[in-house]
Ligand binder design. Structure first.
Ligand SMILES: [Zn+2]
Length: 882
């Protein structure tokens, strides 16, 4: 699964944060009070034969399922997962003998159904047959409907979303990843619509009443959460790669928008067949695009039938940007990596979710670097690591491998630690053992566990076999079983006889516990004298490294390490002097550490500001993107303090304007991707910083494109629209609203509704909130609008959501709700917000409170920065002509 990247939020963040300083944590929350533990181990399913008849108009469906089960111990009852279902019948038939009729009892709280028999059932093989009815949801949990506009009117399509625990809304089932089974799916659907599932269609029988019965080929053995079914007025475009049929499926008439996704999928499949050493095992691989969005996810790796929201798969030539294109590729590469890591080999339980997500994130990054070196995405790995370390350095963090008891805890596990720290740690381990040995370990692991389930140690054992004696399990355990960020302190640097001796000590970097006793890690460290060869060591508390050459020493050279580096002032001064000799990735790494350590009080804030000030206008565009992001992030801390903010803005604009003058409004032939991305970043940053020249030009171009669409190239359209939306007055907002209403392409329409939520004007924020409660934006888009308002008006959005809780609950997928509500208040500086979130926490299960606690920790941290660090920024501005 790929985490949600809903565009309104992404746009708001692009304009006002990002950079080295992570935005307020993406938090999530859940209303139900489950204490679900795993099912009793007395019965095991081996095969499901399922027949579903959806009634799309009535939002309900009829289901019949016969499950082949093995009863392992004598039992009077069988318990499985079921949610929001009504059972008409249930019978258990032995291989020989009479069927037993079961009495059904449903436990909504634990999401189970129990079938009780008159007498004890002996161990052996049985068929458990059930007839039931279920609900079609309006949010992506279980079988759900998406309504969307087309030029020929409204349409409704159906899809399923089961991860982490929603297959139980579709089939009464053993809905845990370890219960792998095969599935035969038959559906009764309108004859003129296309039905799609994990496997190709085996047969289609017309029923004569406009309906057809479609049966799919049996699936391989797999976990319930990977089953997929979709039906609608679709088109399918295909190609083949290494003999596998690759398809893209989307609403009718949009196949041109999926051309890039189709071509990319074909390339990626070929590369992965090679990397994993096991060929993709299914006869086809579809990628299905759907309008709408979710607060929880943007794409899902159903085996052979990847589901993706349109914004992460389709490209519209009039609206999509380079960033969108990169996101399409990365999303696809992520979901396709899961076809092996997740689908073929599956974690045993959600406590090892990172085996899926950390790995898929790392693999997607690797594949993007391989196929599109011109995008220079290797520099993005620093940002990924930063977002992980930012989250990992507060008290509410958790280890990558963590205890999961409840459904909510499993949902909450889809977080920055699982994805981004997981990715960063794999990157470090790969660098530690070497890429060839790492790939051999992966191949051995996949081969040994195909169609099975694993825990993290299965991967480490495979790596131990290829790591040439390096203590990979030790290092991996340190970084996956304990939380937190190591801090490597450079104690001394001594040069003699043309070589440098460096002494290192390991501590721990925290943002909110300055007196914490550090944990202990074995940290693989790579270092170099700037301009000389790299050397590596494993820091076990302390280490002494001998480096060739004399000069400033760079620790974490190449930035593969998951740790921060703290230099003594003289060492940092020497490095700053050689800043322009560092590789761009190391420039980013050094700035990230200076920023984070400055904010945490480990070094003066001026270190980062000096560094940012000294960067030449022709530095790598990605470095300038980071500077622009950091300056706008710093600006957000001045919110509400007009005098100081004005002075800061004057300085920030003065720094960024010459860079924009070089980049310009119009793309130059053959310019780098990083320059294209920097252009929109600078336009957004200068507008956010209130640069009047920029705002005037944005307004001019927006006005002109109304009569001349060519006045605004697609590459700039989203950015210009977002700035206009942020700075909208009532008349402009009304115009955008009318445009959103009239738009018939969901890919664009969904984004326009998002834009209505990001205005600075509070009165317009209120109008956006009211609009979100109506049916107009589309049932899955409203939650994103409420989040959009929360970015600039956290108190308004939070209070509104709490006051309309029953209505808002229906707009949020159940997998997200315990994160959604606290996140609305996340950008607040008001101490009262902490009390409000605590009041909300009291209404949810204690086991579901971590996201709320994390939002509170971040509000406290940001308040500390505002009170304690901004005065140092002011003093620096005083000295540096701010
Ligand atoms: Zn994933």
């Amino acid at each position: 699964m790929r985490k949600s990247l809903v565009s309104a939020i992404a746009l708001a963040l692009a304009l006002s944060a990002g950079g080295l300083m992570a935005a307020p944590a993406h938090a999530v929350v859940d209303g139900a009070s489950l204490t679900t533990t795993q099912l009793p181990r007395t019965v095991r399913p081996t095969h499901y034969d399922v027949a579903i008849v959806p009634h799309a108009d009535k939002l309900s469906f009829d289901g019949k399922v016969t499950v082949d089960v093995q009863v392992l111990q004598p039992t009077r009852s069988i318990t499985l997962n079921a949610l929001n279902m009504t059972f008409a019948s249930a019978r258990l038939t032995p291989a020989h003998g009479k069927a037993l009729v079961a009495k059904v009892s449903v436990d909504a709280k634990h999401q189970t159904a129990t079938f009780t028999f008159d007498k004890s059932v002996a161990p052996g093989s049985y068929k458990l047959a059930m007839a039931y009815t279920g609900k079609i949801e309006t949010q992506p949990n279980g079988l759900f409907a998406i309504d969307y506009d087309t030029k020929s009117g409204k349409k409704r399509a159906l899809y399923t979303q089961f991860e982490n625990s929603d297959a139980r809304r579709f089939i009464p089932s053993w809905d845990e990843p370890a219960y792998k089974a095969t599935f035969d799916l038959t559906v009764t659907v309108p004859s003129d619509e296309m039905a799609v599932s994990n496997m190709p269609v085996a047969s289609k029988t017309e029923l004569g009443n406009g309906m057809a019965k479609v049966t799919f080929q049996p699936t391989p053995k797999m976990s319930t959460y990977l089953l997929f079914f979709g039906v609608g007025d679709f088109d399918r475009a295909t190609t083949t790669s290494d003999g596998t049929q690759i398809g893209v499926i989307m609403q009718k008439g949009k196949s041109a928008q999926a051309a890039f996704a189709l071509k990319s999928a074909s390339e990626v499949l070929h590369d992965y067949n090679d990397y994993f050493g096991v060929k993709y095992p299914l006869p086809k691989l579809d990628n299905i695009a759907a309008p709408g969005s979710s607060q929880f996810f943007s794409a899902m790796e159903n085996w052979g039938a990847i589901f993706t929201f349109e914004y992460a798969m389709l490209l519209d030539p009039s609206f999509s940007t380079q960033g969108d294109k990169m996101n399409v590729f990365n999303t696809e590469a992520h979901e396709m990596a899961h076809q092996w890591f997740g689908d073929l080999v599956t974690m045993n339980w959600w406590d090892n979710l990172w085996l899926n997500e950390g790995f898929a994130s790392w693999m997607a990054e690797r594949e993007t670097e391989l196929r599109h070196p011109e995008w220079n995405t290797v520099l993005d790995t620093v940002g990924t690591r930063e977002s992980a370390m930012s989250r990992d350095a507060v008290a509410t963090t958790h280890p990558i491998v963590q205890k999961i008891d409840t459904v909510e805890q499993a949902s909450q596990a889809f977080d920055t630690i699982t994805y981004s720290k997981g990715e960063a740690v794999i990157r470090m381990l790969e660098a530690y053992v070497g890429p060839d040995a790492w790939r051999q370990g992966v191949r051995n692991y996949i081969k040994a566990h195909a169609y099975g389930n694993t825990v993290s140690d299965d991967l480490w054992h495979a790596m131990d076999g290829v790591a040439g004696g390096k203590p990979i399990t030790q290092v991996a355990h340190d970084f996956t079983l304990q939380p937190g960020v190591p801090l490597i302190k450079v104690d001394s640097v001594v040069c003699s006889d043309g070589a440098t001796t460096v002494k290192l000590t390991q501590g721990e970097f925290t943002k909110d516990r300055p007196n914490k006793k550090p944990l202990h890690w074995h940290v693989p460290v790579i270092a170099q004298v700037v301009g000389s060869a790299k050397a590596s060591t494993l820091v076990d508390g302390h280490a002494t490294m001998k480096l060739p050459g004399c000069g400033p020493v760079l620790v974490n050279a190449g930035q593969s390490g998951y740790y921060r580096t703290l230099y003594a002032p003289a060492q940092l001064a020497a490095l700053k002097g050689d800043f322009n000799k560092l590789a761009p990735i190391d420039q980013l790494g050094l700035m990230s550490d200076a920023w984070a350590e400055g904010m945490a009080g480990l070094e003066p804030v001026s270190d980062f500001l000096d560094m940012a000030k000294a960067i030449p206008a022709d530095a790598n565009p990605t470095i300038w993107s980071e500077v622009a992001g950091s300056l706008t992030a710093l600006d957000s801390y001045y919110r509400g303090d007009k005098v100081r903010q004005t002075r800061f803005r004057a300085y920030a604009v003065k720094q960024l304007k010459p860079v924009f003058a070089r980049v310009g409004w119009d793309a130059k032939p053959g310019e780098s991707t990083s320059t294209t991305l920097l252009r929109t970043q600078l336009i957004g940053a200068l507008a956010e910083l209130g640069d009047q020249d920029m705002l005037n030009e944005v307004r001019r171009r927006y006005a002109e494109q109304a009569s001349n669409p060519k006045a605004l190239p697609a590459a700039l359209r989203k950015t210009v629209y977002a700035i206009v939306a942020v700075n909208a007055d009532a008349a402009t907002w009304d115009k955008l609203h009318a445009q959103a209403k009239a738009e018939t392409t969901p890919l664009i329409k969904d984004r326009l509704y998002g834009l209505l939520s990001i205005a600075k004007d509070k009165a317009l924020g209120k109008r956006a909130l009211a609009l979100a409660l109506t049916a107009e934006p589309g049932a899955t888009n409203s939650a994103g609008m409420i989040r959009g308002v929360g970015w600039r008006h956290p108190e308004l959005a939070y209070d509104f959501a709490m006051a309309h809780r029953a209505q808002v609950d229906k707009l949020v997928d159940s997998t997200s709700s315990t994160r959604f509500y606290p996140a609305l208040g996340g950008s607040s500086f008001d101490p009262a917000m902490i009390g409000k979130i605590k009041a909300y926490e009291a209404t949810i299960a204690p086991t579901a409170r971590r996201p709320a606690e994390t939002v509170i920790a971040n509000i406290k941290y940001r308040t500390m920065i505002r009170n304690q660090r901004l005065p140092a920024v002011d003093a620096w501005l005083e000295k540096n002509g701010g």
